[in-house]
Design a protein around this ligand. Sequence first.
Ligand SMILES: *Cc1c(COP(=O)(O)O)cnc(C)c1O
Length: 381
Amino acid sequence: MRFNSKVIHAGQAPEETSGAVMPPIFQTSTYAQEAPGVNKGHDYARVTNPTRTALEKLLAGLEGGTDCACFASGCAAMDAVIKMFRPGDHIVASNDLYGGTYRLFTKVFEPMGISFSFVDMSRFENVEKSVNSSTKLIWIETPTNPLLNIVDVKKVTSFAKTKGILTIVDNTFASPYLQKPLELGADAVLHSTTKYIGGHSDVIGGAVISSHPDIIENMRFQVKTSGGVPGPMDCYLTLRGVKTLSIRVQRSCENAKIIAEYLVSHPKVAHVRYPGFKNHPGHKIAAEQMADFGAMVSFTLKKDDVPTAHKFMSSTHYFTLAESLGGVESLISHPASMTHGSIPAEVRHKAGLNDSLIRLSVGIEDFQDLIEDLEKAFSSI
Ligand SMILES: *Cc1c(COP(=O)(O)O)cnc(C)c1O
């Protein structure tokens, strides 16, 4: 089955008792047993729920993994992944990372004895240098958030394999429509399904997809034991949303390209970060490992300060000022004071995350309206 058919059909079949085309919302906490231990494949809804199972099968299909475990949020999924490790273990992660990931690693797991190195993974030699005999996992995010650097997934995963280190890619920014990390050698893929997969800014969720037997077993164990699972209504909404993934992401990418080009030519813009530009340092790798260059565009202003950025962002109408990304509607955000507020200023600046950096999540509206909207905001600063 090809990808655009998979987003509709992978792992899906009409529901058995009624023939319902969409999986019903199985709003139940438990399941009747005919005799102790004899059931229809489900015993308690923390462990499995048919609506969740339908979503898991679909996401496993999209990423090309043998199994998927869904969680109540992207953060719950990340939490489960790091709980595979033990005090003394070392994890290498990108230094330009989703702010919540950085917070989880440094505020929850570091005090428990797991150590982390945060490195600029767009330079492979940094990855090589940072691993040691305790390194158990390399956590890749590409394109990175919000600087849109590109990590060479094949290069990092093949290096990790020679060292017996596991790799996981947070594929939230690209979505499986654009990038398939398991095919590039990763052991697991993680999603905040809140973003492109759900696609409509109406539900929170997370997922881990893998074909690695130990990872799958551990994720299943944690679903059952820690229980950070999504409810059936949330799974239904995510399933509903993901069915249009291909056309949404395709349109968003087209719009993002046009907007990136508009920004580059704007006199008040200092620098535009968009992997689709030939002069982007990761352009060649992005062209190899992604189907298109994504719908996220970040840029800095010539007047590089927080008040100017804030003024700009309060002046748009279609670009809604909000955290998050990947929905049908365009969003605008200020990483330094919003998503990345929990990263200390000096760490931020070192990674190139300027005070005026503005991040756009380009939606599927008419690009002319989006450009007029940005033009209005530029005239306000
Ligand atoms: C949003 C996001 C997360 C966290 O997911 P939630 O669903 O908000 O918990 C993790 N990684 C990336 C790249 C994200 O954008």
